[in-house]
Design a protein around this ligand. Structure first.
Ligand SMILES: [Zn+2]
Length: 314
């Protein structure tokens, strides 16, 4: 049995999520980003404590974008290669674009992006492309009732007249002597072995250390995108309001205010801006609007792993 961990960090602000509806999916489209940036935080936000913060706000969890993958594979802030699911797999990916014979998105090919690096690092290629993306492709095949013959890269879908003209991921495979035929062979053998997937839900669950009161001498205290006075202002927290403290190491504390999390100065020049209120630690759980779908996915996962276990025992 092969093992794959999938972090779930849904794009609640992106149109592909807010407009998304379940559709029947039949296969997988494999993409790579075409930009030399192997860090997931470039695309996947907000930070879950593992991704790190995107200071340029050019990630894909935004309104008005026409590109959206169902999952992204790349590095967390500490360099660990990980898989992040960003919309439910039943939803349509927004990746391939329309071409002469149709549109792979609409035809039910669910797509993910692998974050490219300089395309010369064999260790990263082996981990991100030949291991994690192969296992994700195999898992999606299992979810959709497909086999490896329904896994195509962007270049192949273009050749079939179902996607825009791009070279991914064939151009990357070629650097290390592989083809999409070899890739599908890896998917086939993963399917034969079985893939056990563990989902880690990063949505809406935060641990609150304690509440604090805004005691800045000014009218408000800025909630910022990063630990710097130059970081983007996310909200103005009025003096006297209560915030939830998520991390209180250093001068810049991570706090949640009015449904957003960011950073605020806890003190400056001996003046306290955030004064802890003495309350016991609590865990806030915001129920996911996708609870039904999550439950169905979970049921399907259990059914798949039961079926795999039966196959194993034969
Ligand atoms: Zn592509």
């Amino acid at each position: 049995m092969r093992q794959l961990t999938i972090y779930r960090r849904y794009f609640y602000d992106a149109d592909c999520y807010t407009q998304g509806k379940p559709q029947k999916n039949i296969g997988v489209q494999v993409h790579s980003t075409g930009a030399n940036n192997s860090y997931l935080k470039r695309y996947v936000q907000p930070d879950d404590g593992r991704l790190g913060t995107n200071r340029y706000s050019n990630h894909h969890n935004r309104k008005g974008l026409t590109t959206c993958a169902s999952a992204y594979i790349g590095k967390q802030d500490d360099g660990t290669v990980a898989v992040y699911q960003t919309i439910p797999f039943e939803y349509r990916s927004w990746l391939s674009g329309s071409a002469a014979k149709g549109n792979a998105n609409r035809l039910g090919y669910v797509g993910f992006e692998i974050c490219e690096d300089s395309l010369t690092n064999k260790a990263y290629f082996d981990d991100a492309v030949m291991e994690k993306s192969v296992l994700l492709s195999a898992h999606l095949c299992t979810v959709f009732g497909a086999d490896e013959s329904m896994v195509f890269d962007h270049k192949e879908l273009h050749a079939k007249g179902l996607a825009s003209n791009h070279a991914d991921i064939t151009h990357w495979l070629k650097k290390f002597g592989y083809t999409m035929g070899d890739y599908r062979e890896r998917v086939r053998s993963a399917l034969a072995e079985g893939v056990q997937v563990t989902y880690i839900n990063c949505d809406g669950e935060v641990t609150v250390l304690y509440d604090a009161k805004v005691t800045t001498p000014g009218t408000w205290l800025n909630l910022r995108d990063g630990k710097s006075g130059n970081a983007k202002v996310l909200a103005q927290m009025p003096r006297g309001s209560t915030v939830q403290v998520l991390n209180d190491t250093g001068v810049w504390w991570q706090v949640a205010f009015s449904g957003r999390s960011g950073f605020a100065m806890s003190n400056e020049n001996g003046k306290t801006y955030l004064e802890p209120l003495k309350t016991p630690p609590v865990v806030v759980h915001t129920p996911s609007p996708l609870k039904d779908i999550n439950d169905k996915l979970e049921t399907a996962r259990v059914a798949i792993s039961d079926a795999m276990a039966m196959l194993d025992s034969e």
